[in-house]
Design a protein around this ligand. Structure first.
Ligand code: PNS
Length: 161
């Protein structure tokens, strides 16, 4: 059975992430989408909120599970017997960082964790969680970037600030 992990911050999940999740779920028997609990960053959404959003958005995909992790991805992967990480590549600007991450993970895991890249569908190539947050913070239109129920939660966060 081929299992893979799709790690990320998902703050918040966008249609770009969903595109990768949908496609990776067709390639692997089980896909675990795992939210990094990074206490060095101040996220818009808590880890619990991000997990809940991802669960809601992927509930039609029976082989997708949503989880969270802290610390090194290689430790999480080893503890859960996962040997493939999935990452999306939007543009050449992502490449250097992603290459470094993939090679570091391979080294840290003693060759046990490989990374598989999926190129983001062109219609989402411009999308990032940061730009979604910036647009939303100024009351802009994010309807093409995230599902409606996510947009509502993002605007609610900025309203209550
Ligand atoms: O969505 P992001 O922020 O681009 O995801 C980055 C992520 C979570 C995949 C990456 O930062 C990560 O795996 N962090 C955990 C710590 C780690 O294992 N770092 C790799 C060695 S530098």
């Amino acid at each position: 059975m081929k299992r893979a992990v799709y790690p990320g911050s998902f703050d918040p999940m966008t249609y770009g992430h969903l595109d990768i999740i949908n496609r990776a779920s067709e390639i692997f028997d089980v896909l675990i989408v795992s939210v990094l609990n990074n206490n060095q960053k101040t996220p818009l959404f808590s880890v619990e909120e991000r997990v809940k959003i991802l669960r809601e958005a992927t509930r039609h995909l029976s082989n997708v599970k949503v989880d969270s992790f802290s610390g090194l991805l290689t430790n999480y992967a080893a503890e859960n017997d996962l040997h493939v990480a999935v990452r999306g590549l939007r543009a050449i600007t992502d490449f250097e960082y992603e290459l470094q991450l993939a090679q570091t993970n391979r080294l840290l895991s003693g060759g046990k964790l490989d990374t598989v890249f999926l190129t983001t569908s062109l219609e989402y190539a411009y999308l990032s969680s940061s730009s979604v947050k910036e647009i939303a913070s100024f009351g802009g239109d994010i309807s093409k970037a995230v599902p409606d129920f996510v947009a509502e939660q993002i605007f609610e966060k900025y309203r209550s600030r």
